[in-house]
Each structure stands twice: as structure tokens, then as C-alpha cells.
Design a protein around this ligand. Structure first.
Ligand SMILES: [Zn+2]
Ligand SMILES: [Zn+2]
Length: 385
């Protein structure tokens, strides 16, 4: 029996589990209930379990036939701080929290793979199942790494996946090399001199200065970064002032940057600082930049990309696997794990519907066996049968 057919036998149980996780979303680094469900499920499959790695992270270890190699399979567990509008009977029971990125599905898919791999153990070496907390900008991958994830559970390759709205269920898409953008958040604080709104000559106006900075920042991508590179700088928040007749003392600009290489990230940081400080100085004001790298670029190792694409093709046929997916500007913190160990990250079809982070989004339960079977098959392929 194929792994897909084998896993389909647990599909009803996996669907019930996914919908239970959906009804009980937990934010990043607070996934206590989810982590306990993961740990107890793994134990029920006879898998060795390690709790509390990176606060709420869980690692399961499955040993197959004797062998020195190990592979890591990673899924994320956290929900988002937003209100669900799906109207589903298993919609979030917690106001202001929602599984709007399908991490309930990812967790379920890896549990499905865990059960299958524990029942069959048809591989040489070790499979490390990595259930990661806090992917949504909460530092969960780094928390697990800082807690010694890869020293305690050494891996020769790492594989992860994300559901993709708009890609049919049963299809997969991946690209070698830079696959998802790196992301940073920034805040610029402009300090001038407050005064009465009717006496601008007594002020150094931080609001006017901030407006000029926001405009000038657009020159970084258009004039400083090579046109052959990809970069985004978006100012998404502007703050300053509380009254109609007061020129405030300070104003703030905040936003995000996206890039596919560390070199471009450094160019962006340098540019933000130079433009903000320079424009502010021109107005007699001061500007201070706080630039925080939140996500590294997700770089797919070419050999690992082939391994997981071959595993996918083995399940559904070559025609349903896109091996040349264009890079996307979204970000993913599995990137920090891929900086340590080569691996690959693949998109799994979630069918039509609302896209991730939309209040009407829902993970498609029909995709569960395709995710579970791919986790299992890539582990077997990477380790050898
Ligand atoms: Zn997300
Ligand atoms: Zn996500």
C-alpha cells in the first residue's frame, strides 16, 4: 500500500484533530494546549518525546533501522491575533485569535506522518519531528535553535512545508535557491522641537521632517539597489502629534523591508539610516533608526529541493509538481533553521478560497494526506530505504 493510501486510513481522525486545533488557536510562544496534544499524540504512537524546546516547542524522535543519518521534518503550531469571520461550526472559540495561516493543518500533517513512520519504520537512521512554536514573527525558530535543537537532535537535512491557496489540492510547488523573502521591521523616531501650531518659526517640525523622510526612503530601492535585485521598503505606520494646534516634539515612521539576500538587507539598513539622519539634519531635526531582522531569506538547497520534489512526484506524478515556482515576497522563519542545515521548503496545494491571514481563510482538510505523505516520503528518500 502506498504511504498516501496508508495515511488516508487515518484521514477522519486527522480531520477531527485539525478542526479541534482550529477551534482552540494559541498565539506564538503560548501554544501550551497544542504542544500537549502534539506530545501526547506522539507518545500514543510510541514515539520518544521531548517537550519545552524553545519554550513550547516539541520534538519527537523516531528510529528506523540502524543508520547514522538523521533528517528533520518541521511544522509550525501558532495562530494569529485576529478575529475569525468564517462562520464555521469549529471556528475559533477564542475571541481575537485565529488559525488564519493553516498552522493547525501543518501540525496535523506532521502528526499524520509521525504515525505512519512510527508504524512502518521503513528507513535507515533517525527522523526528528520538529513542532515549532511562534512562526508569525514571534521568534520561534530562533528560540528552538538557541535551546540547542540541532545539537541535541542533529540533522543532515531539514524539510518544511506551507499550504498554498490557489494551488490545487494534490499539487506541489517549489523552487531551488531563494524561495521566500527575508523580512525586517523598522522604526524611525524623528525628534524636533515642539511649539504652538501658529508659531512654526519657534519649532523644528518633526511631522514635516517625517513626511520628507518617508518620501526620500523610496529612493533606496529605486536608486541604491541594483535593478537586478529584488527589494521592498514599505512605510506602513506614521505617528506624531495629539492636537490641532500643537507642533509635537517627535514623530515616528515604521514599516517593513523585504529582500532575498543578506547583502541587500544590509544595503537597506544602511540606506534607511543615511536617508533618515540626512534628511532630518537638513531640517535641523534628529532621526534615529531601529532596524530588526525578523526573517532571513528562505534559501532552498538545490539537492534537497530535488529530493523533496522527487518525493512529491512519486506520490502524485511529475505533472502535478511545479519545480520552478517563482520566489514569493512573503517570509518564513524556517529560514533560520535552513541557515544552519541545508534543506528545502515546499508549497502544498490548499485549493481555492481566501488567502492566508484573511479572516475568511481556512485550511483545507483534503490536503492533509498530501502533506503527511510528503513528509514521510521525503524522510525515507533522504535517509534511504
Ligand atoms: Zn502566516
Ligand atoms: Zn504560515
Amino acid at each position: 500500500m502506498s504511504s498516501l493510501d496508508h495515511i488516508r486510513r487515518y484521514h477522519p481522525e486527522l480531520t477531527a484533530l485539525r478542526q479541534d486545533l482550529h477551534a482552540h488557536p494559541e498565539l506564538g510562544m503560548e501554544e501550551h494546549r497544542t504542544a500537549e496534544i502534539v506530545a501526547s499524540q506522539l507518545e500514543s504512537f510510541g514515539i520518544e518525546v521531548h517537550r519545552g524546546i524553545g519554550k513550547t516547542g516539541v520534538v519527537g524522535v523516531i528510529r528506523g533501522r540502524p543508520g547514522n543519518r538523521a533528517v528533520g521534518l518541521r511544522a509550525d503550531m501558532d495562530a494569529l491575533p485576529m478575529e475569525e469571520l468564517t462562520g464555521l461550526d469549529y471556528a475559533s472559540r477564542t475571541p481575537g485569535k485565529m488559525h488564519a495561516c493553516g498552522h493547525d493543518g501543518h501540525t496535523t500533517m506532521l502528526l499524520g506522518a509521525a504515525r505512519y513512520l512510527a508504524e512502518t519504520r521503513d528507513f535507515d537512521g533517525t527522523v526528528n519531528l520538529i513542532f515549532q512554536p511562534g512562526e508569525e514573527g514571534c521568534g520561534g525558530a530562533l528560540a528552538m535553535l538557541e535551546d540547542g535543537l540541532l545539537e541535541r537532535f542533529p540533522c543532515d537535512a531539514l524539510y518544511g512545508m506551507h499550504n498554498a491557496t490557489g494551488l490545487d489540492v494534490g499539487k506541489y510547488a517549489i523552487g531551488a535557491g531563494p524561495f521566500m523573502a527575508g523580512g525586517a521591521f523598522f522604526d524611525i523616531t524623528v525628534t524636533g522641537q515642539g511649539s504652538h501650531g501658529a508659531r512654526p518659526e519657534a519649532s523644528i517640525d518633526p511631522v514635516l521632517t517625517a513626511c520628507h523622510i518617508a518620501t526620500a526612503l523610496q529612493s533606496i530601492v529605486s536608486r541604491n539597489i541594483s535593478p537586478r535585485e529584488t527589494a521592498v521598503i514599505s512605510v506602513t505606520k506614521v505617528g506624531g502629534g495629539d492636537a490641532y494646534n500643537v507642533i509635537p516634539q517627535t514623530a515616528t515612521l515604521s514599516g517593513t523591508a523585504r529582500f532575498f539576500s543578506k547583502a541587500v538587507a544590509e544595503q537597506i539598513e544602511t540606506g534607511l539610516k543615511r536617508v533618515a539622519e540626512g534628511v532630518a539634519a537638513g531640517f535641523g531635526a534628529k532621526a534615529e533608526l531601529d532596524f530588526r531582522l525578523i526573517f532571513a531569506p528562505t534559501i532552498n538547497d538545490p539537492a534537497c529541493t530535488t529530493t523533496i520534489a522527487d518525493a512529491a512526484a512519486g506520490l502524485v506524478g511529475e505533472d502535478l509538481v511545479n519545480r520552478a515556482r517563482e520566489p514569493v515576497m512573503g517570509s518564513e522563519d524556517f529560514s533560520f533553521m535552513l541557515e544552519k542545515v541545508a534543506g528545502a521548503y515546499i508549497h502544498v496545494g490548499n485549493g481555492p478560497g481566501a488567502s492566508a491571514h484573511n479572516p475568511h481563510y481556512n485550511f483545507n482538510d483534503e490536503a492533509i494526506p498530501y502533506g503527511s505523505a510528503l513528509y514521510a516520503e521525503v524522510a525515507k528518500k533522504a535517509l534511504g530505504q
